[in-house]
Design a protein around this ligand. Structure first.
Ligand code: TYD
Length: 220
């Protein structure tokens, strides 16, 4: 792997998956991580919220706790990010690892900014401060219609998932907007496609953008 300093400002590479609830991110994070490891790369698989011990506690509060005001919610997600980036993500990047995170700053700007109506710019400033300006090298957006996400989630809903479809539509629109504005740093894949095809597209794009030789896993 080329170990020049990158967008993330460190030796490793930072890949983020974003998308609506039920888009299939967790599956594709797992598959990409398997493909990276099969290529002999050192990979840290992680997520937000909940990628650190403190983050686990914050995750329980924000997803499964009682009422939280929108601003308090934004700050709790920001606290999760601050801890996660300093304790987990930056050290792994400094060791030259590839960090693959299920969600990052764009989720806050989408859910708390666009979804909760706090204003994308303000939420982004707070989250950027929390992560001290650490940007992903590449973000994979898995695009899914809110109705399909709801259908896939079935009867289980956390605090975010319980929100109406128009909340999830605002989030979807936000992800597509930021991806369209910076095509060099994002790829968008259609979450309705065949799982093996989506995986192959992600592997090809990650290989191409990050200069890595990768193969899809055999049976996605
Ligand atoms: P999770 O169970 O990890 O969902 P998923 O598998 O869809 O990622 O729950 C994360 C939830 O938290 C999801 O609904 C998005 C939301 N979220 C925010 O609202 N703001 C944030 O900053 C982050 C990271 C997540």
């Amino acid at each position: 792997m080329n170990v020049e300093q990158t967008e993330s400002g460190a030796a490793g590479r930072f890949i983020v998956f974003e998308g609506g609830d039920g888009a299939g991110k967790s599956t594709h994070v797992r598959l990409l991580v398997a493909s990276l490891r099969a290529a002999g790369l050192r990979v840290l698989e992680t997520r937000q919220p909940g990628g650190s011990p403190l983050g686990q506690q914050i995750r329980d509060l924000v997803l499964h706790g009682g009422d939280i005001t929108p601003r308090a919610e934004a700050l709790l997600f920001a606290a999760d990010k601050a801890q996660h980036v300093e304790e987990v993500v930056r050290p792994a990047l400094a060791r030259g690892e590839i960090v693959v995170s299920d969600r990052y700053v764009d989720s806050s700007v989408a859910y708390q900014g666009a979804g909760r109506d706090l204003g994308a710019d303000e939420v982004e400033r707070v989250q950027e401060w929390a992560v001290a300006g650490l940007h992903p090298d590449l973000t994979v957006v898995i695009d899914i219609a809110p109705e399909e996400g709801r259908r896939r989630r079935g009867g289980e809903h956390d605090r975010m998932e319980r929100e109406a479809d128009d909340f999830h539509a605002a989030i979807r629109a936000h992800f597509l907007r930021v991806a369209a504005a910076a095509p060099g740093r994002y790829i968008v894949v259609d979450g309705m496609g065949d799982r093996a095809v989506i995986h192959a597209n992600i592997v090809a794009a990650v290989g191409d953008r990050l200069g890595l030789t990768l193969e899809p896993v055999a049976k996605p």
